[in-house]
Design a binder for this molecule. Structure first.
Ligand SMILES: [Zn+2]
Length: 214
């Protein structure tokens, strides 16, 4: 089967999502650690994410050497980083803000509305198993403040993937940006919906019914 790719979105032409891409402007830098097995996955949502985000970097790898540069940056300014990962130590954005406010106790001038310094959000892209592998091979990631997002239903039921709970990488990132800087999740969900319907359109009925919402 030929898989001609769209020159702009790089999805197969039959799955082209260009019409439903509205770029989003955000301050928080997004760094995606993408497992190599996701790179050629037609259903990966990272490509969509890259088309939408104005401040994003995708680093493909698995071992710590693959992420050496990021690891150095994190070691230099750990407080600037957040990793999107549900763990015992993870907090949602409000909890982190409260925590930072409590622990900073500025001595001279207190600025209650001081803008939060710019953050870099690290997102792991891979199936649970692959993402766990990245974490296992990169113990330095566990020292980064972990961000969790409050439960949101996943719209992306084509694949049961992503380390961020049941959410796809694009949904998890959209909700995180929304929590951090109030970015609208709509362009992300619209693009995802477009990708999703482009895939379900091609499915035979009996397969499609498996993805119907109950
Ligand atoms: Zn396209």
């Amino acid at each position: 089967m030929s898989r001609e790719l769209c020159g702009h979105c790089h999805y197969p032409v039959i799955n082209c999502v260009c019409e439903d891409i509205t770029p989003v402007s955000h301050q928080t830098k997004v760094v995606v650690l993408q497992h190599p097995s996701e790179v050629k996955n037609a259903k990966s949502t990272v490509r969509l994410l890259s088309l939408l985000c104005n401040n994003i970097e995708v680093v493909v790898g698995e071992k710590s050497q693959d992420f050496a540069e990021l690891q150095r940056d994190v070691a230099y300014k750990p407080e600037q980083y957040l990793i999107l990962y549900p763990s015992e130590k993870s907090r949602n954005w409000q909890q982190w803000q409260a925590y930072w406010q409590q622990s900073s106790r500025p001595l001279e001038c207190e600025l209650p509305n001081k803008p939060t310094s710019q953050k870099t959000l690290i997102v792991i892209d891979g199936t649970w198993k692959k993402a766990k592998k990245i974490l296992f091979l990169n113990p330095w990631l566990e020292n980064i403040n972990a961000l969790k997002i409050d439960n949101k239903p996943s719209e992306y039921d084509i694949r049961h993937t992503s380390i961020s709970g049941a959410l796809s990488t694009i949904e998890a990132t959209a909700y995180a940006l929304n929590a951090i800087e109030n970015t609208s999740t709509a362009p992300f969900l619209r693009a995802l919906d477009s990708l999703k319907s482009s895939f379900t359109r091609q499915m035979p009925e009996h397969v499609k019914s498996r993805y119907k919402k109950g």
